[in-house]
Design a protein around this ligand. Structure first.
Ligand SMILES: Nc1ncnc2c1ncn2[C@@H]1O[C@H](COP(=O)(O)OP(=O)(O)OP(=O)(O)O)[C@@H](O)[C@H]1O
Ligand SMILES: [Mg+2]
Ligand SMILES: [Zn+2]
Length: 508
């Protein structure tokens, strides 16, 4: 008898439908899986047979063939265990086909028949929705994730036996209700800008970076609060929208990093990979074709602490994704695209010993060592960092004063308003068919400001790209101020955040 159960396999961030067909017939007792299964799917044979027996159903000693259709697509991971087991039970007359038809099932089986959590369930829920499935059977710990944002009825399945009894109607399982998107409670925020004392210039740069989506490099001696400031960037960005939260949750789920019982992720991600991390770990790819740190930072913040210590191939690998907001990852079964639109914030010391320009201690670096250190920052990557600012050591009384800085919530309000202004202007450009890149995007620029910019570009020998960056930052500063046109003082401030242009011209 032929049986079919609907399931899905993950490719990149998406779930593609898979039809699990089982044929049980006369012949030697064998159990074969065909249709491009990967090793984890092959191992399903043992898990499925044990799980069925230990759930008090039978595996008749007959010739069993499992076909995963379509056959030209590689099927990955153990998520097909549950649909395979259900199809075997149908093919052997222990479960009615019509009870299952229209349902989609995913889940790994334990030998005891328990259903274990699998990655990518939110993507599977979206596929089930697109197929207008009657119901979606998922591991219990994935149920909140599956119910987040989709309408298809979700059933949290603890065991194979519970799945069968639910489908037969003898012990129906309640649908899992998707939790509404609650903003995280303000007091639960782990970090707040209020804790940072002094550092007015760096705080201002952080606000501009947040408002304009600019990348930011903080340069200063040890222990002045660079890491502290970087960690607080997510707290001043606008809250994730519902659609963004779904996207972020999908990424973490596919990467196997979504905690069990978690619904939507509602906080912006903050990723701080170590400087020794490999290019596949940061950019993505490698044998597992997992999303890298830049994808885990999508809609959030990527923090590169000790920027010059990062591997050269890592820094090079960041350039294209930073331009496109997408990373293309090669793998055995073709390439996949992962989103990677993040705010980059980086930190570094002003020199290898850390104390250059710090009044407290003398710098012990030779000019040669300093040159080598600065040269490690690749020119093309620096070109994509709009703001570089010095973070000096604050006076001791400023550090010791009990005065808290402005809280993140107040900064977030200004950032959100400035972003709305930029979005409105971009929409207006689009409406009249102007390109989204280029000068039109900056709105009006006063004649004095243009003359000022030309003079500054000549004096500082700014590359064309750097000039454009300065204009973009000035536009964000004008948006924070609520000014229609970019004026001289906006440009003058933007030029202050170009510390490295003054230190060393980028290598040719
Ligand atoms: N401006 C500041 N306001 C409040 N606390 C500060 C400030 N600067 C430093 N601190 C305190 O010093 C600690 C170290 O700061 P942080 O790790 O941010 O320094 P850093 O600049 O990243 O140093 P490093 O170069 O060594 O990484 C913080 O945890 C905090 O307790
Ligand atoms: Mg630090
Ligand atoms: Zn030094």
């Amino acid at each position: 008898m032929l049986a079919a159960v609907l399931s899905a396999t993950i490719v990149g961030l998406e779930a593609l439908p898979v039809s699990v067909e089982v044929d049980v017939g006369p012949g030697l007792p064998t159990f074969a899986i065909v249709g491009l299964p990967d090793p984890a799917v092959q191992e399903a044979r043992e898990r499925v047979r044990s799980a069925i027996r230990n759930s008090h159903y039978e595996v008749p000693p007959r010739r069993t063939i499992v076909n995963l259709a379509p056959g030209d697509r590689r099927k990955e991971g153990p998520a097909l265990d549950l649909p395979i087991a259900l199809a075997v039970l149908i093919a052997t007359g222990q479960l009615a086909q019509h009870a299952v038809t229209g349902h989609l099932a995913v889940g790994e089986l334990g030998l005891d028949g328990s259903v274990r959590t699998v990655p990518g369930v939110l993507a599977v829920a979206q596929a089930a929705q697109a197929l207008h499935a009657r119901g979606l059977l998922v591991p219990e710990a994935n149920a909140l994730e599956a119910a987040a944002g989709e309408e298809v009825p979700v059933y949290a399945i603890p065991t194979l036996r519970a799945a069968v009894q639910h489908l037969q109607g003898t012990h129906p399982i309640q649908t899992t209700e998707g939790a509404v998107l609650d903003p995280p409670p303000e007091d639960a925020a782990p970090d707040d800008l209020a804790e940072v004392r002094g550092q007015g210039a760096a705080r201002r740069a952080l606000e501009i970076a947040g408002a304009g989506g600019h990348n930011l490099l903080l340069i200063g001696p040890p222990g002045v609060g660079k890491t502290m400031l970087a960690r607080r960037l997510p707290t001043i960005l606008p809250r994730l929208s519902g659609a963004e939260a779904v996207e972020v949750t999908k990424i973490y789920s596919v990467a196997g990093l979504l905690p069990a019982w978690q619904g939507l992720i509602t906080r912006r991600p903050f990723r701080a990979p170590h400087h020794a991390a490999s290019a596949p770990a940061i950019v993505g790819g490698g044998s597992s074709a997992r999303p890298g740190e830049i994808t885990l930072a999508h809609h959030g913040v990527l923090f590169l602490d000790e920027l010059p210590e990062f591997r050269h191939d890592v820094l090079e690998g960041l350039r294209q994704p930073m331009e496109d907001g997408i990373v293309v990852v090669a793998r055995a079964a073709g390439t996949v695209r992962f989103p990677a639109r993040f705010s980059l914030i980086a930190a570094m010391n002003p020199c290898p010993c850390g104390y250059r320009g710090d009044g407290r201690r003398d710098c012990t670096c030779t000019p040669g060592r300093l040159q080598h250190y600065l040269a490690r920052l690749s020119g093309p990557l620096l070109d994509r960092i709009d703001l570089h600012v010095e973070v000096p050591r604050p006076p001791t009384d400023e550090l010791l004063s009990g005065n808290p800085g402005e809280p993140s919530s107040a900064v977030r309000e200004r950032v959100t308003v400035a972003r709305m202004r930029a979005t409105t202007r971009a929409a207006a450009c689009q409406a009249v068919g102007l390109p989204l890149r280029g000068p039109q995007r900056w709105g009006p620029v006063s004649a004095e400001a243009l003359a000022f910019m030309r003079a500054a570009a000549d004096r500082l020998v700014l590359a064309a790209r750097a000039t454009e960056r300065v204009l973009r930052v000035a536009r964000t500063i004008a948006d924070l101020e609520g000014a229609e046109a970019v004026a001289v003082h906006h440009l003058a401030e933007a030029l202050r955040y170009r510390v490295l242009d003054r230190w060393a011209p980028p290598a040719p």
